[in-house]
Every structure is written in C-alpha cells, then in structure tokens.
Design a protein around this ligand. Structure first.
Ligand SMILES: O=P(O)(O)O[C@H]1O[C@H](CO)[C@@H](O)[C@H]1O
Length: 387
C-alpha cells in the first residue's frame, strides 16, 4: 500500500492506513508522487514546505494526481468533494479562516459590516442566550435574522438548545443583537473562536454585553430556577493556560494585558437586584461567582468540592471567555446564570443527583419568562438613561 504523510499542524505523521488529523490539517502530501499538489503552493497557511512548487499544481491539474493516495480529512474537503488545488481563492480564504484559531481584525470587520448593512441597524446591546434561553431573542421586535451558516466566516452551533441564529432588532426601544446559540470549547472550537462574536458585536457598535447561561448551583443556598447575577468568575481554563486572548494582540481591540477586576458592571448588578424586587422574585436572585470548565462532561464530586472551596457558586461551560473578550475591548458586562440543577457535593448513589442536559433545558424553558422580563427591564433602564 502506498505510504502517505498527513500534515497535522505539529509536523507530519507517516502511516499506511487511517489518518492522523490535527486542527490545521488541510494538506496532505503524497510521498511517491512528486507531481501531486500540496497546499503550500496554493498559498495555504501551513508555512513553507520544501519541494512543493506550482509545477506540482500543474502536474496535479494535468491529471497525474493519484487520488488513491490522498487521505481525505474533514478539512481537506469542502463538502463537495473538491480537493484544495481545485478550489477558488475565495473558498481557500474562507477555509483558512475557519481553520485559524484567531480572526484578523479585517475579517471581524467584514462580518460586522455584513450584519449592520444587512440589518440596517447598529445595535448598542449584545445578548448571548444560554442553553434553553433562546427565547431571550424571541422577544426582539422587528427582527432581522441571520442564520450562522449564512454569515461569512461564522462558526455553526452544534448543541441542542442553541439554535444558531443572530437576531438584530429592537427591545424596549434599544437596538440589540442576540446570539441565539453560542459556541463552546467542548464543541471543538478554540476559545478565541468561541468568543469571536463578541468582537463582531463590538464592531457592530455594541457597548453592553448581556451574557446568560445555564449553570449548576454549587452554593447550597441556591435552588433550581434561581438566578445568580455574576459578580466575578474563576477561569479554570485560564488556570490551565488557555485564553481567548492568546496569540498576537491587536491593539485595535484592546491592550495586551487587560485587567479583569471589576469586570461585571456593579451598576447593572444593582439595577438587576432592584428589578428582581419589583418582579417579586428577590428571594430567587443571588449574586455570586461563576466558573467555566471545559466540558462536555459534568463535574465529579471531588471537582465540585474543590470549586466550592475556591468560592465558586455556580458552574458551567461557557461565558468566562466571552466576558474576557468583552472586557478586553472595553464593553460593559452584565451576566447571569440560571441555576438549572443543584450540583451534588457529597457522594451518593442517587441517580437523580446527576446533572443532565434534558433537565437543564427543561428548567430553562420553565424559567424563560422571568429571565426575559429581567433582561427586558434592564435594557429599558439602560435605554431610558441614555435617551
Ligand atoms: O453555558 P450554556 O451555553 O448556557 O450551557 C450550559 O449547559 C450545557 C450543559 O447542560 C453546557 O453547554 C453548559 O455550558
């Protein structure tokens, strides 16, 4: 059988069957066919590789390409069976952006232009809907809806309860844009990609980020259905050396070393507490600390105990990297967790103490009315204060 090399972003892997596929592997090199085109001669992002010239490309185009020697990887195909040396420059650029961990300013700007021109609006408030909280976007009036799939260079939602639409319109008089579906690290997206839409929001004109999530309550005082207003976070992925701001810093977004104390706007937290009182749900509103783990598995008892010892009140798999990105570009942040389950912090055989996504979704559905009212009233206050 013919030998092959599959580039994996960290070097190459030899083999005779299967494929070793890394994040950036859109390239493959036939060892025994020097005329086969590799991506480098087609301006791929993998860096220079010896021996690949455009003569290779001509050879490939001329029909000397031996497709049996190609190991197709998800990245090597564009869904239509094309190989890289046949794709157009536009397709190649889109593919490169999708494979990149970071998005250049110009690409974010293009996405923002697509949304502001397509909607004819410059939103001031951005909302990220948590799991099962997509109804926060359903209350937007005169909505212009952008399916993620149709937004150039945008990732797609893969999680149940995250519809995958960007909704632009008005809410309580304010122009808003809402992500009905967020991106999570466990979906396979790097953190910078998970929070890239926050930068899109910024370039659309957004000044306030409202980030919502479904979370497990670790604080024993929290009940299912309660709302925890986030006043701080513990960035567990950051402890492990991962950040949405990793890589070269573009000062047009913000500084290399942003401070994160006071990330959660105190005025907005206080207003939300007042609104909670006015809604008669003050006993269901708490202020606390959220932590994001990588997921997709829920936590072990030992992990939950450790988080509690660290002062964490609620745990999820999102939001923190969005908040970091928002603060980096100087947005005001308001965030809350809907407590969809109580986390067990003692060992037990009871099955009903295990978290599960169906329960998360069901609780979010039950509490969506209160969450929508809280968000709408807070937006009304922000809007009337700025009018
Ligand atoms: O944080 P959101 O997107 O609300 O979703 C939460 O719910 C899912 C687990 O049930 C995880 O994705 C967790 O992060």
């Amino acid at each position: 059988m013919t030998g092959y090399k599959v580039a994996n972003g960290n070097g190459t892997t030899n083999g005779t069957n299967g494929s070793t596929n890394g994040n950036k592997s859109a390239e493959y090199i036939a060892q025994e066919n020097p005329t086969m085109c590799s991506r480098d001669c087609c301006s791929g992002p993998g860096g220079s590789r010896k021996g690949n010239t455009c003569t290779d490309k001509k050879g490939a185009k001329a029909g000397s390409l031996n497709t049996e020697k190609i190991i197709p990887t998800p990245q090597s195909l564009l869904g239509n069976g094309k190989i890289l040396c046949e794709i157009t420059p536009e397709e190649l650029r889109a593919l490169r952006v999708l494979n990149e961990d970071t998005y250049p300013y110009e690409v974010i700007e293009e996405i923002a232009d697509f949304i502001t021109k397509g909607s004819g609006m410059r939103p001031k408030i951005g909302i990220i809907c948590g799991s099962g909280l997509g109804s926060l976007a359903d209350i937007i009036q005169d909505p212009k809806i952008f399916e993620y799939e149709k937004i150039p260079n945008f990732p797609v939602s893969t999680v149940e309860g995250h519809a995958g639409r960007l909704v632009v319109g008005t809410l309580e008089g304010a122009t808003v844009m809402a992500m009905q579906g967020r991106f999570h690290f466990y979906e396979g997206y790097p953190l910078a990609k998970c929070s890239m839409p926050v930068r899109v929001m910024k370039l659309c004109g957004v000044e306030y980020l409202f980030a919502t999530n479904a979370a497990g309550g670790i604080n024993p005082r929290f009940a299912v259905g309660d709302i925890m207003l986030m006043h701080d976070h513990v960035n567990m992925l950051g402890f492990a050396g991962n950040s949405p701001l990793q890589g070269p810093n573009d000062p047009r977004f913000g500084p290399r070393f942003p401070a994160l104390v006071n990330s959660y706007n105190k005025d907005l937290i206080n207003k939300a507490i007042e609104i909670g009182k006015a809604m008669g749900i003050e006993s269901n509103i708490h202020v606390g600390v959220y932590s994001c783990l990588g997921g997709p598995n829920y936590e072990t008892i030992a992990e939950l105990k450790a988080l509690r010892m660290m002062g964490v009140d609620a745990v999820g798999m999102s939001t923190v990297h969005e908040v970091i990105t928002a603060r980096h570009c100087d947005m005001k942040v308001f965030a809350f967790s809907l407590i969809t389950n109580k986390c067990a912090t003692e060992y037990s055989d009871k099955k009903d103490e295990e978290a599960n996504h169906d329960e998360v979704m069901a609780v979010a559905k039950n509490r969506q009315k209160a969450c929508c009212e809280l968000v709408a009233r807070l937006i009304r206050e922000i809007h009337s204060a700025s009018a």
